[in-house]
Design a protein around this ligand. Sequence first.
Ligand code: OOG
Ligand code: NI
Length: 463
Amino acid sequence: MSASAFLSPDAIRTLFSTAMSEMYRLEVPQYGTLMELVGEVNAEARKADPRLDQRLVEGGEVERLHLERHGAIRLGTAAELATMRRLFAVMGMVPVGYYDLSVAGVPVHSTAFRPVAPESLRRNPFRVFTSLLRLDLIADPALRQEAADILARRSIYTPGCIALIETAERKGGLMEEEARRFVAEALETFRWHSEATVPSQVYQRLRAAHPLIADVVCFKGPHINHLTPRTLDIDAVQARMPARGIVPKAVIEGPAPRKVPVLLRQTSFRALKEPIAFPSESGEGREDGTHTARFGEIEQRGAALTPKGRALYDALLGEVRADVQVKSDGDNAADYMATLARRFAALPDDEDALRRDGLAYFRYSATDRQGVPASEDIDTLIAQGFLAAEPITYEDFLPVSAAGIFQSNLGDESQQNFAARANRAAFERDLGAPVADENALYAAFEADSKAAALAALAGRAAA
Ligand code: OOG
Ligand code: NI
């Protein structure tokens, strides 16, 4: 059998992300409303800004825009995480980055499974923010043991899913029919279950320790808790949400609004309270209750920042948060946004400055300008119109923003103080592999594009 009979991992990823989106639309009607609103705002943004539109077309981003979304799941055990890595590998998604959320009182650490090759990202950049519960951060040893015992009893993957992961690993890929079955089987892991696996008394005990622990431990599987479309104008979507009956969180996470977007801006709306059936403690009959886990989110992506640019971003955001802390009722949201704008004036809002100062990553390409350049100097080639430079889109996440999203969706009870205890080594051990370094990926993308552009110009000079 030839390898070309396999469906490409990129195509499997698109089948999967489309199936997830359809499932979530049926499960959470507000997600469908949000998708409509984002589609509308994106069409308007493209019309209003012809240069943005042209760039999206030339950069091949138009094709991916309607497909583009991320999801998030929370896992309970090392074995679940290790298998999740194998499941995502079938779709060309690998773990990138390590996020420690213990700093913000959220007892998890995380990675993002995503495609890494520029071509694969262009086809479909679907990513899943994947968190692993840290039982080691539960103070009460009896409760910790109880949670571990409950988790040890569940298996979150269907036998069919495991078999197809093994087939893909053994043969190096899946045929189309196998891929379709794989997607259907994998979907089962991410589905919502309106029945808890434990009595409500156990749920309440775990919830009292941290709402997230109850969310991870008390259900059959790691339900997808949100799917986030990418918008070209997050301020417009935020402003129009209430008219559609959606109440967004008080402030947009991430950098201030800018001409040149950088990194990631995100906003979400509060999780729904959903009916849950709990088995009774006696084992007979059931008890009705509720659980709050799922929410909606949108995001706007901008340029990936270099470590130098990122250090500046982190410092500015730190200053903003030292100046103003958004209150839970969002009363001082305007204050926060004004401070954000003021502090972020220190990050140049100009592509050329971001590039020359080494603050953001860029993709270089040879233009169709005729003639032979007299210099090999990048800035000169750009000034003379031989070379073009476009910001590289940020494909990852931001820990402070992620913590804000977690918290706004868990309610105020979640504001406990866990000490910051990053443990990347333990995470990678549980994952069964190291996580990729996002900066190395952006730097390689930039360097490769620069080399190819210079080679194209040199080839022209020699012709
Ligand atoms: C994940 C929250 C983080 C993001 O976009 O930063 C996230 C979760 O609530 O499980 O999705
Ligand atoms: Ni998210």
